[in-house]
Design a protein around this ligand. Structure first.
Ligand code: FAD
Length: 388
């Protein structure tokens, strides 16, 4: 594997780094306190092409390969995990499955708006009663003439109150028209959020990602035409899982950015803070914490770039994506914890950014499959035995 970045990669990284330094880092703490990022950020992300990474230009995308996408996610993650998540979800969990499974009409209708930042998407899989066990979700879609009526609820949906379109997974029965309570009975639908019966209620008081609009979705008899169906009847769970495989790479790339932010802040602080007559950077136990963050960062970045490389070469990547997501999310929590320790008491107050890094990092071990679920996926890949 050649780890040299091309000129194009360097250019997109520089563009994202500049955006992060100018627009995210100066505002991240205020957005966190206000529990809302500036909504105008979505359009600016679209204008820079970040909501269209890897999407062909004919649909308004900015093309680029998966490594370029990861570099952008790293940089956004260095600035504000809440903003990185807005992109990861709208682009990674809505636009990308639309491109992979959508009809030409669906693609032409939604993708240019999503990549431009004129519309935002959310991904509605998790339900109050079914998180890790999404294959047994309960939201129902029943046939109604030439369309469907969807009823149910979703929880913890990123971008939920801001989204213009929700990718909703609902139980329809399987492709043979038979009732099916398992994964084969699930179908995906693109639901415009202004459809009568669709409600999004914001969830306040999150530990981290406080700037991000996380919502409960309530669907009461939401009628959509059959043209809103994404993919085949009964194919929804497969669409959700393949979408999350790539999504995990994006989460892991964001973790790398967060670890980079932890390292930058910790090195700066350690070289400036004096104790016992010299900077704390002189003490071996402090250097150990910096070295630990640095090793986690390097290892994580290599795991993420490997996933991007596998995707580009058309190789299987799901196991590598789980590995990267598991390692990077746990490592991001360790890195943020180490950063707080380097800062001492100052790390515990929100005048400094490291407390937010820990709060934001914590959710990365939970969403898009908890750490336990990643281990079960890896265990199944290793043994051929499903321990779910
Ligand atoms: P549960 O599944 O109830 O798990 C509870 C605990 O049990 C965990 O430790 C889990 O690892 C463990 N566990 C469960 N099953 C097993 C098992 N078989 N073996 C071992 N341990 C097990 N979802 C979306 O669909 N779209 C989104 O945009 C989205 N965004 C999110 C944003 C935030 C801020 C948060 C907090 C969550 C978001 N989620 C989203 C939901 C997230 O993916 C789920 O919270 C996650 O999948 C876990 O589900 P759960 O919360 O129901 O926990």
């Amino acid at each position: 594997m050649d780890l040299t970045l091309t000129d194009e990669h360097e250019a997109i990284r520089a563009l994202a780094a500049d955006f992060t330094d100018r627009e995210l880092i100066p505002n991240a703490a205020a957005w966190d306190r206000a529990e809302a990022v500036d909504r105008g950020i979505v359009k600016r992300l679209g204008d820079l092409g970040f909501l269209g990474m890897t999407i062909p230009e004919e649909y308004g995308g900015s093309a680029g390969d998966h490594l370029a996408y990861c570099l952008v996610m790293e940089e956004l993650g260095r600035g504000d995990t809440a903003v990185r998540g807005i992109v990861s979800v709208s682009l990674g969990l809505v636009t990308k499955p639309l491109l992979a499974y959508g009809t030409e009409e669906q693609k032409r209708h939604w993708i240019p708006k999503l990549t431009a930042g004129d519309a935002l998407g959310c991904f509605g899989l998790t339900e109050p009663g079914n998180g890790s066990d999404a294959g047994h979700l309960k939201t129902k879609a029943v046939k109604d003439g030439d369309g469907w009526r969807i009823t149910g609820s979703k929880i913890f949906i990123t971008n939920g109150t801001w989204a213009d379109v929700a990718l909703v997974f609902a139980r329809t029965g399987n492709k043979d028209g038979q009732p099916d309570d398992g994964p084969r009975g699930i179908t995906a639908f693109l639901v415009p959020t202004d459809t009568p019966g669709f409600q999004a209620r914001e969830i306040k008081g999150k530990l981290g990602l406080r700037g991000q609009a996380t919502a409960e979705l309530v669907l009461e008899d939401v009628r959509v035409p059959d043209q809103a169906r994404l993919g085949e009847i009964g194919q929804g769970f497969k669409i959700a899982m393949s979408t999350l495989d790539k999504g995990r790479m994006s989460v892991a790339a964001g973790c790398v950015g967060l670890m980079q932010a932890c390292l930058n802040a910790s090195v700066d602080y350690a070289t400036q803070r004096d104790q016992f007559g010299k900077s704390i950077a002189h003490y071996q136990l402090v250097q150990e914490m910096l070295a630990d963050i640095s090793v986690d960062l390097d290892a994580g970045r290599l795991l993420v770039w490997r996933v991007a490389d596998l995707i580009e070469r058309g190789q299987p990547y799901a196991t590598a994506a789980s590995t990267a997501k598991l390692f990077c999310s746990e490592a991001a929590v360790r890195a943020a914890n180490n950063a707080i320790q380097v800062f001492g008491g100052y790390g515990y107050i929100d005048e400094y950014p490291v407390g937010k890094y820990l709060r934001d990092a914590r959710v990365l071990t939970l969403y898009e499959g908890t750490s336990q679920i990643q281990k079960l996926l890896l265990g199944r890949a290793l043994t051929g035995v499903s321990a779910f």
